[in-house]
Design a protein around this ligand. Structure first.
Ligand SMILES: Nc1ncnc2c1ncn2[C@@H]1O[C@H](COP(=O)(O)OP(=O)(O)OP(=O)(O)O)[C@@H](O)[C@H]1O
Ligand SMILES: [Mg+2]
Length: 338
């Protein structure tokens, strides 16, 4: 049997795994190009250069809001990540399973498929799997038999809210809110509260350390940045209350989108969702106290999946290894994207 690779191409992170390896590759989906053409670094190494590089080095994310915006750089990244997971060994003729978002246009979906078909990875077969279905399999759910599963994937630039039943998607809606939005809100609130300009990496680490979806007792963490008035670099103790106030509106918007989908869910399926709880995946579902917040707002039970950012790619491996899930993978010629 040939190797099979699963790929989840995210806005912030690229995840890939292979059926003959235990580990998951999860690196920043970013590329650093020098003098317009020369590949300088990719993945986590390129992210080190982000917001630090001089002008002749272009450090960019080729995926925006969950869809491929820069095909050429995404091609380069795919090929380099593929070689990395194979530890430099030359591998061709493998099968590829690509997770595709649901609430996007047909052209945007097809771009994920074509990216791999046209790639130097020289695939034997390329299949796509609807991302929410892979996500649910990665969360350990038997999607082909279960009715009424709700999966909410809160990523970096999108939150995808989906209701599944018997292996198919009943409703799926993506909203353009995720972890990056929280980081942006933190940047502007910290500027207002402390006259402090911080970068996105500092905002992200403040979010992870102090961020909470419900108000908790006040704590502090250092924020490094530049004082607006003096222009000098400083370290300021940032309050968790400021971070909470910064992110809570965006979290409410996610909550409202979940409520809209619940209202549109057929009652019999809603009953199952109430029984089983909502499954949360994606990196941003790790924000502290998300469970409490959702429970307070909706009274629904909440399941936060283990290693939530890698749930989709684990699900792709589930599709490869479990014959019961075989029909879940398809090619655009077999089943038209709609
Ligand atoms: N402990 C944490 N607390 C809060 N947020 C976190 C934590 N760990 C990671 N994140 C956030 O998770 C996000 C990345 O998640 P993920 O890898 O699921 O996104 P993605 O798949 O690249 O994006 P998308 O699905 O929107 O295309 C980032 O915004 C990151 O800051
Ligand atoms: Mg994602």
């Amino acid at each position: 049997m040939s190797n099979a690779y699963g790929i989840d191409i995210g806005t912030s992170n690229f995840k890939m795994c292979c059926n003959d390896k235990d580990k998951i590759l999860n690196e920043k989906n970013i590329i650093a190009i020098a003098n317009k053409t020369e590949l300088l670094a990719y993945g986590d190494e390129a992210y080190e250069m982000y917001e630090k590089a001089p002008e002749h080095i272009d450090v960019s994310f080729p995926v925006k809001f969950g869809v491929i915006a820069d095909i050429e750089n995404m091609q380069t990244l795919l090929y380099n990540f593929f070689n990395k997971i194979n530890e430099g060994k030359k591998v061709t003729g493998s099968d590829f399973y690509i997770a595709v978002p649901t609430d996007v246009t047909e052209v945007e979906k097809r771009a994920f498929y074509e990216l791999v078909v046209d790639s130097k990875v020289k695939a034997k077969n390329v299949y796509v799997v609807d991302k929410p279905v892979a996500d649910a399999i990665g969360a350990g759910l038997d999607v082909t038999k279960s009715k009424g599963i709700m999966v909410v994937n809160i990523g970096a630039e999108t939150t995808e809210i989906s209701v599944l039943s018997l292996g198919g998607i009943v409703i799926s809606k993506a909203v353009k809110i995720g972890g990056n939005k929280l980081d942006d809100c933190i940047i502007s609130s910290v500027r207002k509260a402390y006259n402090l300009v911080i970068g996105s990496k500092t905002a992200e680490s403040l979010k992870k350390e102090l961020g909470s979806a419900v108000q908790v007792s006040e704590s502090f963490a250092p924020g490094f940045g530049r004082n607006v008035l003096s222009g000098l670099p400083v370290s300021v103790d940032i309050s968790s209350d400021v971070i909470y106030q910064a992110i809570i509106d965006a979290l409410h918007s996610i909550m409202d989108a979940i409520k809209v989908i619940l209202e549109r869910t057929p009652p019999e399926l809603a009953a199952d969702i109430i029984k089983n709880g909502v499954y949360f995946t994606g990196g941003t579902s790790q924000i502290n106290n998300l469970e409490k917040f959702i429970k307070q707002e909706t009274n629904l039970n909440v399941n936060i999946v283990d290693h939530p950012a890698e749930s989709v790619v684990r699900g792709l491996m589930g599709v490869v290894s479990n014959p019961e899930f075989a029909k879940i993978a398809y090619t655009p010629t077999e089943k038209n994207f709609d």
